[in-house]
Write a protein of this length. Sequence first.
Length: 105
Amino acid sequence: MSSHLSSDIQIEGDLNCSTDLIFDGAITGNINSKGSLTIGQNASVKGDLKAEKAVIEGKVNGSGSFSSCRLSPTSVITGSVSTISLQMEEGASLEGQCKVGKAKA
């Protein structure tokens, strides 16, 4: 089961989802998903992201914390990313700090 918010959605404030989320709209606020999170190609996010698994296709201005993350060729991220596993496709843009791997004890 997943939720899909299309490109005509504009949100000011935080968004929390207990299932998988596909977000293709605009948000000024944080997104927290208990499942997987897809930031669609048309999406614009000004805030932080937190999810178990993430696929970023759109624009994000903020930090992200994930177990696994895939950056598609259309993704543009300005901010930090912290993840155990990162897949960055050719054309993806990441400007900021990136931490990949498990934290050392």
